[in-house]
Write a protein that binds this ligand. Structure first.
Ligand code: HEM
Length: 411
């Protein structure tokens, strides 16, 4: 409660439990951003910030971190111990880049980033075009298809599996595990989904350990083998670190890419003039994907813990152990940063949005994701210039990870 009934009413519109909010969160996100740069989310206890400049600054502020356990015990920051029922889930992410801070983060990120440099990713282009072309051929045969299930999911999993050296026939297994596990990152997860996520994490860990054993016996030149083999300036990765690293790449490596394609192609189908600008070649696919990333953010919220005293964000002094939530969807439509921000303008040509984050956790897979998106959009526009919606696409009932349940289209 802020003491102002008007402001409280605007803040109340930010309600990730409300299906109407999830279907189109932008009117509420815009309203809350214009009413205030920050508010306490009573349900989660998070100081929640709404504006681009504050989000960008917070992402880069080293006095905050994605984790606090490298500095403080749970008791010291007044947080409960992790629930032992979800031990496998916690184990799976323990050494994930997304749960680490320096120095462990620096050590593991240095190893992983080598594989994702723009030049390393450019070398993958022919293989990526091959996966895309193969799937688009199948879509052409179908005539009517679901862009998510028939194209985006098998495509992005094939790409990341081929980089890691994971057998392609395991794609469905990985997709099922990943979908179950990422439910844990929503603001509130029902218990049955937590049980399913933990089970999936346990199976995923067993699978990855087996994969590592296989690579030890028969190494190849792909990433998992590389991690097994690595001795970088004296660093050796433990098996648990390899398990978490492999798993975060598989998870992070496809969910957001699939959802960007789904959300972005939906936007193009609803803005025919913008689709025509891509089809006609006025706007290159490489440029248009930046607007797809900005306009309907596939990842709507990220969190940080305050690690140092004296931090103040969006006018609010914060104590060590308090949590900040950054509303990416609100920030990406901030008129202080983007002209006419609600307008979907494929020619905007602004790649300095925050879809890939900022600071030390900036998305290590951004060059790969951008290439995957560009190849897909160029392929779709060239093959199916008359592509249109077949029915009304529905969003999944999640907030943090925003994506469509399916995207039925007709060529
Ligand atoms: C459109 C697709 C993608 C989007 C929008 C996206 C977005 C993001 C964002 C916002 C972060 C930072 C999170 C934070 O600061 O709290 C991040 C981190 C990360 N992303 Fe991505 N990502 C995408 C694709 C990928 C791909 C294809 C990969 C891997 C192949 C990947 C791997 C990672 C990893 C490992 C991190 C953690 C980096 C670190 O903590 O140092 N992402 N991503």
């Amino acid at each position: 409660m802020t003491g102002s009934p008007e402001l409280d009413a605007v803040i109340a519109r930010f309600d990730p439990a409300d299906p109407a909010f999830l279907a189109d969160p932008y009117p509420a996100l815009n309203a809350v951003r214009e009413a205030t740069p920050g508010f306490w989310n009573q349900r989660t206890g998070q100081w929640t910030i709404t504006r681009f400049a504050d989000v960008q600054e917070t992402l880069r502020d080293r006095r905050l971190g994605r984790a606090y356990t490298h500095r403080y015990s749970h008791a010291e920051v007044g947080r409960p111990e992790p629930d032992p029922r979800w031990a496998a889930f916690h184990q799976h992410e323990q050494w994930s880049l997304l749960c680490l801070e320096p120095p462990d983060h620096t050590r593991i990120r240095r190893l992983v980033s080598k594989v994702f440099t723009p030049s390393a990713v450019a070398r993958l282009r022919p293989a990526i075009e091959g996966f895309s072309g193969e799937l688009l051929d199948r879509c052409a045969d179908l005539g009517r298809f679901d862009l998510i299930r028939d194209y985006a999911q098998p495509y992005s999993v094939a790409v990341i599996c081929s980089m890691l050296g994971v057998p392609r026939e395991d794609t469905q297994l990985l997709l099922d595990w990943s979908h179950a596990i990422v439910k844990m990152y929503e603001l509130a997860t029902p218990e049955e989904q937590q049980v399913a996520a933990n089970r999936a994490a346990a199976e995923y860990i067993a699978y990855t350990k087996e994969l590592i054993a296989t690579k030890r016996r028969a190494p190849d030149d792909l990433l998992v083998s590389e991690l097994v083999r690595v001795e970088d300036e004296g660093d050796v990765l433990t098996e648990d670190e390899i398990v978490s690293t492999t798993m975060v790449l598989l998870e992070a490596g496809h969910e957001a890419t699939v959802n960007t394609l789904g959300n972005g192609v939906r936007a193009l189908m609803l803005h025919r003039g913008e689709w025509q600008r891509v089809v006609g070649g006025e706007v290159p696919a490489k440029v248009a994907v930046e607007e797809m990333l900005r306009w309907d953010a596939p990842l709507q919220l990220f969190e940080r813990w305050v690690l140092e005293p004296g931090v103040e964000i969006a006018g609010q002094p914060l104590e060590v152990g308090q949590e900040v939530a950054m509303l990416f969807g609100a920030a990406e439509r901030d008129p202080r940063r983007f002209d006419d921000p609600d307008r979907f303008d494929v020619g905007r040509g602004d790649s300095a949005h925050i879809a890939f984050g900022g600071g030390i956790h900036f998305c290590v897979g951004a060059p790969l994701a951008r290439q995957e998106l560009e190849v897909s959009l160029a392929g779709l526009a060239a093959r199916f210039p008359g592509l249109h919606l077949d029915g009304t696409p529905e969003y999944l009932p999640n907030f943090v990870i925003r994506g469509l349940d399916g995207l039925r289209v007709e060529a």
